[in-house]
Write a protein that binds this ligand. Structure first.
Ligand code: BTN
Length: 274
């Protein structure tokens, strides 16, 4: 670690420790200089509920469904918050609302464009700005949140699916994004399910759009008629409306998706990988 890097990490430690003042649920912050994943760092595994672990540089972030989270050096915010275990749907909703509201708070005039693609992607203009990974660890759970901050462009197929605060026209210091995330997370942790659902509904990007869903009974395609984030969705398919429970449903594709010409069966693309 160079002297400048050490100074930056020390500055984060100092400012984030002060950022905890007045928060109800976040009691301490651990700042790592570099780690593969804040979800897996020994400091996270040893942490008590109420601890936020972040890293100046995350090198091998993990996403949902075993995917890779494409951190690019020091351009994003990566944070894992350790909390007492509770319903996974509630924790997913807390992460979704906190990530979206933190992004909105630093986007100023574009704040209203920030949406949530159920269950917990932060999206702007159909592109992903932040992602949430919730994992259970015995009596505890870890809410991992990644936010794209300073990336000026994304390579390859990510270019069509990912965005960053910089691409959206604002270049906040990563520390300001972290502080906004801490405040939003602390606030969401304290909110009732009903209040969280109302805040989700304000930013719901999936309702009224078509998507392809993975369900235990196979793929279901249709327009989302209504959505209760912790319960499930009602989807209008070619053969009528269907209720898809939150616990067993995931979005396979959203936005532009295509039909295979063979057998009239749906064919998935990789548009949901990030
Ligand atoms: C997703 O959209 O699939 C979830 C992405 C979650 C990324 C964050 S970054 C902080 C924490 N550490 C990780 O390795 N993953 C989460």
């Amino acid at each position: 670690m160079t002297g400048a890097w050490r100074a930056s990490v020390d500055d984060w430690r100092w400012r984030l420790a002060h950022g905890c003042t007045g928060l109800r649920s976040i009691h301490s912050v651990v700042v790592l200089a570099e780690t593969e994943s804040t979800q897996d760092a020994p400091e996270t595994r040893a942490a008590a509920a109420g601890t936020l672990v972040t890293a100046w540089r995350q090198t091998a972030g993990r996403g949902r469904f075993g995917r890779h989270w494409a951190d690019t050096g020091e351009e994003g915010v990566a944070a894992s918050f350790v909390v007492a275990a509770q319903a996974p749907e509630r924790l997913a909703l807390i992460g979704a609302v906190a990530a979206a509201e933190a992004c909105a708070s630093v986007l100023d005039s574009r704040a209203d464009e920030v949406g949530i693609k159920w269950p917990n992607d932060t999206v702007v203009g159909g592109k992903k700005l932040a992602g949430v990974l919730v994992e259970r660890r015995g009596d505890l759970a870890v809410i991992g949140i990644g936010i794209n901050v300073a990336q000026r462009a994304f390579a390859g197929d990510l270019a069509a699916r990912a965005t960053s605060l910089a691409i959206l026209g604002t270049t906040p210091d990563r520390m300001d994004v972290l502080l906004a995330l801490m405040r939003a997370l602390d606030d969401a942790l304290d909110a009732s399910d009903a209040h969280l659902a109302a805040r989700f509904a304000r930013r719901d990007a999936l309702r009224g759009t078509r998507a392809l869903f993975s369900t235990p009974e196979g793929p279901v395609e249709g327009e989302v008629v209504s959505l209760e984030p912790m319960r499930g969705l009602v989807v209008r398919t070619d053969s009528g409306e269907r209720f898809l429970p939150a616990l067993t449903t995931s979005v396979a594709e959203w936005g532009v998706f295509r039909r295979a010409s063979v057998d009239g069966r749906l064919k998935t693309t990789d548009s949901e990988r990030r």
